[in-house]
Design a protein around this ligand. Sequence first.
Ligand SMILES: C[C@@]1(CC(=O)O)C2=NC(=C\c3[nH]c(c(CCC(=O)O)c3CC(=O)O)Cc3[nH]c(c(CC(=O)O)c3CCC(=O)O)/C=C3\N/C(=C\2)[C@@H](CCC(=O)O)[C@]3(C)CC(=O)O)/[C@H]1CCC(=O)O
Ligand SMILES: NC(=O)c1ccc[n+]([C@@H]2O[C@H](COP(=O)([O-])OP(=O)(O)OC[C@H]3O[C@@H](n4cnc5c(N)ncnc54)[C@H](O)[C@@H]3O)[C@@H](O)[C@H]2O)c1
Length: 209
Amino acid sequence: MNYFPLLMNIDFKKVVIVGGGHVARQKVEALLPTKAQLIVVSPKITETLQRYVHEGFVTWRNKEFEPADLDDASLIFAVTDDEEVNNAVEEAAQHWQLLSRADAKGRVDFINPAVVRRGEFVVTVSTSGASPGLTRKMKAELEEQFGEPYAEYVFFLKQARKQILRLFSGEKKKQLLADLLEPQVLQWIEQGEKEKCNAWLQQKIGEQQ
Ligand SMILES: C[C@@]1(CC(=O)O)C2=NC(=C\c3[nH]c(c(CCC(=O)O)c3CC(=O)O)Cc3[nH]c(c(CC(=O)O)c3CCC(=O)O)/C=C3\N/C(=C\2)[C@@H](CCC(=O)O)[C@]3(C)CC(=O)O)/[C@H]1CCC(=O)O
Ligand SMILES: NC(=O)c1ccc[n+]([C@@H]2O[C@H](COP(=O)([O-])OP(=O)(O)OC[C@H]3O[C@@H](n4cnc5c(N)ncnc54)[C@H](O)[C@@H]3O)[C@@H](O)[C@H]2O)c1
């Protein structure tokens, strides 16, 4: 299957997760960094999910699934351990609502990649459902490769790029944007020497003015 990868803005949209087990927790945790409205429908939920409910991140409907639970949902996760229930969720989902089934059966509008987040730097990995175990293993490797400093690094690149776009156009702009990616900049961030990045940037800008 050739899935189409994209990064969606789901802030303030309603997301309904049917099921409250280990897989529901994984999906909720992937959704927590967004500002989506998260609703879990299940007669039982894990302790971690209960904590998210107490902290106000998730609304829990403590009951078995009914079609009306899907009203106004943009995204739907059918993640129960009961194929019949997942089928019922699929049947109740409107064509415009995007459905993900954790059992990968029937209609699956989207699947979930593993995600490594470092601020605005996001790496996702998928095997298109072929081997979720390999996906998870690759995630661990990517976490090693792209450590926490990437958040600050990409934040610096964002601010620097904004400044360059404000001041330059044409070849000068192109050259400066390319210079920004010099490995030295990342090394300074990794060594906690952000001020060197700023000084370097102002010097580069000065040379082009
Ligand atoms: C990446 C991740 C994201 C997430 O869940 O959000 C995710 N699975 C993760 C882990 C994981 N899942 C499974 C294992 C056990 C090892 C194994 O079975 O290999 C492990 C490993 C573990 O948990 O350690 C079992 C499993 N998974 C699916 C089935 C059903 C089937 O294939 O039939 C079964 C068999 C169930 C059974 O035995 O009955 C189906 C799907 N799992 C997907 C995503 C989608 C495709 C991903 C891709 O593109 O590769 C897809 C198609 C649908 C979906 O859920 O979107 C998350 C990593 C979380 C993280 O670490 O961040
Ligand atoms: N996609 C993945 O990453 C992945 C990984 C492992 C398993 N799976 C699949 O996901 C399914 C769920 O796995 P799990 O480990 O979370 O199972 P689990 O047994 O921990 O949780 C199942 C949940 O479904 C809820 N449920 C059952 N009937 C319901 C109903 N009528 N209405 C609402 N909720 C109901 C239960 O209360 C429970 O919270 C598995 O059966 C398997 O098919 C997917």
